[in-house]
Design a protein around this ligand. Structure first.
Ligand code: NAD
Ligand code: TYD
Length: 356
């Protein structure tokens, strides 16, 4: 039986990680302690969990500003908290940034994961009540044509510096399981959306630009396809795997919800027009086709039959409901987006966490 008592969540100040921590504390049956380990890059914002900190801080929620590349720092945390579970979200996560500056991606995604695996290999030697869950992406499988799906058995074919670094980290996690018997599970998920996503990714960027009546940059012909999943559905799947997933296994998680970018941008324009009392096509005039992303993967589509069959997971948000909830959140939190885009949130973090 896994202990799931002292859980290190890496990258818990980012988009998916902060939603994950909130998801756990929203569940009355969850009795564990969370240690949120985050370096607080431009994408990390400890304020995302300020309410959780107020309720559970110093009892069942601890924030530790630490770089996963800092081996001694991670070891110290293992000694301090007797960690029995690691749920590893921390990463450099934006494809465009990886194209223009790949080094941070190699350091955090590959070397950071390697460090964590080294620490658990040492601290957990011979234990079976522990788990390292590695969060990954469908992008490691490459790019699809008009048909077909990514299965857990699809050979890896990463094509951006981001996906290459994630593929390397997945392979390291698998190798540590096979070679050293570290209890590892892995999940590969499709594109997430929801509250607290940094407004550089497609959906929050479009919401933000529509709200400010700025151009909506659509790459290439706008016909690239992504499979969208609401962040809580991803996190529900992660929690199921952590509880009941078979050690050594990989699980695909997906929305079964494929959209051409341009169609999705049209829907966002219409929903925003509805929310802001404008005519249906008002914001569509802002759409601007721009130069394509280099090496832009054409289509991602996940087959997630395995997690459905073996663990009984299902998506619970339909896309319309999820997008409405997301748009409402961004409109209610305009200040949040201003703060993270301007880097203002970092001053708050330095004041509150800088000295650690
Ligand atoms: P994000 O960029 O919003 O958050 C990443 C977090 O990791 C930030 O809080 C950042 O400060 C932290 N971090 C970065 N480098 C670190 C380091 N060296 N040490 C400690 N913390 C560090 O990313 P996200 O969208 O929440 O993605 C989380 C995970 O999910 C990533 O592993 C990503 O590859 C994976 N994933 C994301 C998506 C998606 O659509 N966003 C889809 C599938 C998988
Ligand atoms: P993104 O949110 O960056 O996720 P990923 O590249 O990891 O799938 O992009 C989603 C899709 O939207 C992708 O095909 C690139 C496209 N895109 C645009 O057309 N314009 C934009 O401004 C951004 C950020 C993305």
């Amino acid at each position: 039986m896994r202990k799931l008592t002292n859980i290190m969540v890496t990258g818990g100040a980012g988009f998916i990680g902060s939603n994950f921590i909130r998801y756990l504390f929203d569940r009355p049956e969850f009795k564990g302690t969370i240690i949120n380990v985050d370096k607080l890059t431009y994408a990390g914002n400890a304020e995302n969990l300020i309410d959780i900190d107020k309720i559970y801080g110093k009892a069942r929620y601890f924030f530790e500003k630490t770089d996963i590349c800092d081996l001694e720092g991670i070891k110290r945390l293992f000694e301090k908290y007797a960690m029995d579970t690691v749920i590893h979200f921390a990463a450099e996560s934006h494809v465009d940034r990886s194209i223009f500056g790949p080094k941070d991606f190699m350091e955090t995604n590959i070397m950071g994961t390697f460090n964590l695996l080294e620490v658990v290999r040492e601290y957990w030697r011979g234990r079976e009540d522990v788990l390292f869950h590695h969060i990954s992406t469908d992008e490691v499988y490459g790019s699809l044509g008009e048909t077909g799906y990514f299965f857990e058995t699809t050979p890896y074919d990463p094509r951006s510096p981001y996906s290459a670094s994630k593929a390397s980290s997945d392979n390291l996690a698998k190798a540590y399981h096979h070679t050293y018997h570290v209890p590892v599970t892995i999940s590969n998920c499709s594109n997430n959306y929801g509250p607290y996503q940094f407004p550089e990714k497609l959906i929050p960027l479009m919401i933000q630009n529509i709200q400010e009546e700025k151009p909506l940059p659509v790459y290439g012909d706008g016909k690239n396809i992504r499979d969208w999943l609401y962040v809580d559905d991803h996190n529900a799947a992660v929690w199921l795997i952590v509880n009941r997933g078979n050690t050594g296994e990989t699980y695909n998680i997906g929305g079964e919800n494929e959209w051409e970018n341009i169609r999705l941008v049209h829907v966002l324009c219409e929903k925003m027009a509805d929310a802001l009392g404008k005519g249906k096509d008002h914001y569509k005039e802002l759409i601007t086709f721009v130069k394509d992303r280099p090496g832009h993967d054409r289509r991602y589509a996940i087959n997630c039959d395995k997690i459905k069959r073996e663990l009984g997971w299902r998506q619970s948000y339909d896309f319309g409901k999820g997008l409405d909830k997301t748009i409402r959140w961004y409109l209610d939190n305009l200040e949040w987006a201003d703060r993270v885009r301007s880097g203002e949130h970092r001053k708050w973090m330095e004041q509150n966490y800088g000295e650690r």
